[in-house]
Ligand binder design. Structure first.
Ligand SMILES: [Zn+2]
Length: 196
């Protein structure tokens, strides 16, 4: 059972990992905590945005859109590898997912296939949206993949979690495909290497 870090500690953890971090507006107090619980946290979830253009991508993830109010994540990782902090607290990124997956994340075990949507993910995961069209063709620059590795490692290190605690949205919620263009298995190997 891990309570979420304070916003200040979250920011410090990312900076200590060597990330370039941009603080967007009142990110530390921009959240959806009035809609439900935030924490305990158990892991980190990676997404792609299906958007292009850093400025627009960051704005959408901060503000949300009709039917899905922001913040849509905690940090937006743009193609240049910058992490834009848009919210902190409960955020609309994970939706309902599979309780068997959550149990596997908590136990640091291999993930079962996500085949149920019965568990509130916004409560239990830090979330990062990554600027990409998600069509399998839009490239993932190395600076962006490095930043995904680093944010994951930073939070896992801060919580004394291990690599199985970073998952993709597609591993959480049936029907989701994000992130597309690299594998979460490969990313977990990178994160494990960094944590050594
Ligand atoms: Zn997603």
């Amino acid at each position: 059972m891990a309570p979420p870090m304070s916003a200040a500690r979250f920011l410090a953890a990312l900076r200590a990992e060597g990330l370039r971090v941009a603080e967007v507006g009142d990110w530390a107090s921009h959240h959806r905590n009035h809609k439900g619980p935030w924490g305990p946290v158990h892991g980190v979830m990676i997404h792609h945005t299906v958007t292009s253009g850093s400025e627009q991508t960051v704005r959408i993830c901060r503000d949300g859109y009709a039917g899905l109010p922001g913040p849509l994540c905690h940090g937006v990782i743009t193609k240049d590898g910058t992490v834009h902090l848009v919210g902190y607290g409960r955020a609309n990124h994970a939706g309902l997912g599979d309780d068997d997956v959550l149990r596997a994340v908590i136990a640091d075990k291999g993930l079962p296939p996500a085949n149920e949507a019965n568990t509130d993910g916004n409560r239990h995961f830090y979330g990062f949206e990554c600027e990409n069209l998600g069509d399998g063709k839009d490239p993932w620059p190395s600076a962006q993949l490095d930043a995904i590795e680093k944010v994951s490692a930073a939070l896992l290190r801060a919580h004394s979690w291990t690599a199985p605690s970073v998952i993709g949205h597609l591993e959480w919620q049936p029907g989701k495909v994000d992130p597309r263009g690299f594998t979460m298995k490969g990313m977990r190997e990178r994160v494990a290497g960094r944590l050594k």
